[in-house]
Design a protein around this ligand. Structure first.
Ligand SMILES: NC(=O)c1ccc[n+]([C@@H]2O[C@H](COP(=O)([O-])OP(=O)(O)OC[C@H]3O[C@@H](n4cnc5c(N)ncnc54)[C@H](OP(=O)(O)O)[C@@H]3O)[C@@H](O)[C@H]2O)c1
Length: 278
């Protein structure tokens, strides 16, 4: 290999993204993109000799993304992206008839236009590893076009995640036609105990049906899924557990563009059980 492999992760300053940063640092250099820098502390992982780089960008400033990435890669000409994880997102809350045009614009900028711009910039600048790279879009079950996952107050968030998910599918097809060394995967990370989830649960105008759904999801306890399937016993999981799943999606050799759902990924949970029993 003549290049330095790089994992580019957005939203690594906290939550699931921070756990992803720490985990990837154990075997590759990482470039985090968020407004606040990611710290190397907070995990048990020893990171040397891999380097953590931070690019402080407000992803709402979509026009700045391509020039910022170009400047960073010009200064790091040996790096090639082997994994790109689009994890950063905002969770704009409010009923649809109350949202201002600016709120709608801001949400689509961060959750949809920015991921599109980052992937496109790397393609245009030929910064993906040519012997294989994976792009993972972190989606949400709230993107699915089904009535039971359509909650008042979560409309704009759901709309942006639906657009992201659809974009990922079309991009997967485009890569299959023109750049088969690039593969796209979509991952629903589970219901995760992070700031984003806490904001949703404490919002005063949240759909009561969402409160009922989340009240039925107590925190996961180790061992609970030893002989019960996660899909029938859903739980709120930690950011570490969720990141472990997303990393599994990123590293699964023959991943397809079908959405990987934390609670339905039998292979992931079985592989974890096998490691524990070894
Ligand atoms: N938590 C859940 O239950 C859940 C469920 C389904 C899907 N998800 C998805 O999982 C992903 C991670 O969620 P999380 O719960 O870990 O979220 P989180 O704790 O709120 O973290 C969000 C991350 O996104 C970054 N970000 C937000 N706005 C940004 C901006 N304008 N520019 C640059 N970076 C920005 C933040 O960094 P800065 O503030 O430093 O910029 C932060 O690092 C998201 O895509 C979310 O939609 C989460």
């Amino acid at each position: 290999m003549t290049y330095k492999p790089l994992a580019l992760i957005t939203g690594g300053s906290r939550g699931i993204g921070h756990c992803l940063v720490l985990s990837f640092l154990t075997d590759t250099d990482v470039l985090n993109v968020s407004r606040t820098p990611a710290q190397e502390t907070g995990g048990s992982a020893r990171c040397e000799p891999h380097e953590l780089h931070n690019l402080s960008v407000d992803l709402a400033d979509v026009a700045l993304i391509e020039p910022c990435l170009r400047t960073w890669f010009d200064a790091h000409p040996d790096h090639r992206v082997t994994t790109l994880i689009h994890n950063a997102a905002v969770s704009p809350l409010g009923w649809l008839h109350e949202l201002s045009p600016d709120e709608v614009d801001q949400a689509f900028r961060v959750n949809v236009y920015a991921p599109l711009s980052i992937t496109a910039s790397l393609v245009r600048a030929a910064r993906f590893a040519t012997d294989g790279a994976r792009v993972v879009y972190v989606t949400s079950s709230l993107a699915r076009p089904v009535p039971e996952l359509s909650f008042a107050c979560l409309g704009l968030y759901s709309m942006t995640k639906a657009a992201l998910s659809r974009m990922a599918l079309v991009q997967s097809r485009e890569f299959a036609l023109t750049a088969p060394h690039l593969t796209v995967a979509r991952a629903h990370p589970g219901i995760v105990d992070t700031e984003l989830q806490r904001d949703l649960r404490r919002h005063p105008r949240m759909d009561p049906a969402f409160a009922v759904k989340t009240a039925g999801l107590p925190p996961f306890q180790a061992g609970e899924w030893h002989d019960r399937s996660p899909k029938d016993h859903m739980r709120t999981i930690s950011a570490e557990f969720s990141a472990e799943f997303i990393e599994w999606v990123a590293r699964t050799p023959d991943a397809t563009s079908e959405e990987y759902d934390f609670y339905h990924a039998e292979e992931f949970h079985a592989a974890r059980r096998d490691v524990r029993h070894r």
